[in-house]
Design a protein around this ligand. Sequence first.
Ligand code: S6P
Ligand code: ZN
Length: 194
Amino acid sequence: MLNSISPEDLFVAFGLDSARIGERPFVQRRLSDLRGCFADTAAYDAALAAEDPVLYEVTAVEPANGDGQLHYGLGILYPGKIGDEYFLTKGHYHSHRPAAEVYVGLKGEGAMLLEDEHSSESRMVPLRANSVVYVPGHTAHRTLNTGDTPLVYLGIYPSNAGHDYGAIADKNFRMTIVEQNGQPALRERVEGRG
Ligand code: S6P
Ligand code: ZN
């Protein structure tokens, strides 16, 4: 097994500010890729008419596949809001629903929105430097930047987790995280409104 992992995957150094791993390719999501994710559709359309900024970037590292193996993603989510809702990731379930994930906050101030697949119970959990968020299986998860600097984090997950974006694209999350009196707060998501 050890021999099958490339030395580049055994040891990885990353930039804490850039959230890049050398020259490795990364996925970039712009505001236009997040259509349908934000509650305030008028604010979304207005923002997109003005510009189409990069909201986040993720470098995925997938050293090995198979039972017991791990993958991870290094993410950077830029600060900003659409209406009073913070910049966010698309969010997903894992295709293999029992797969859990651990998020390690590295820089900045953020939050994770967690929703249980069966009860739809929602939680807002802080994500910041020197902290770990446990995302149980069967839980939709989305990351939001609640600060005014880039949020940098690692997400570590089983190699067979997979990403199911379809369920979120259909129903989105029940709740959202907005700025209320200068603080992040959970609020029921109402389409068309913030
Ligand atoms: C993967 C893990 C993260 C996300 C990243 C971007 O299981 O949860 O690496 O991929 O935060 O979010 P999303 O919802 O666009 O994949
Ligand atoms: Zn995940």
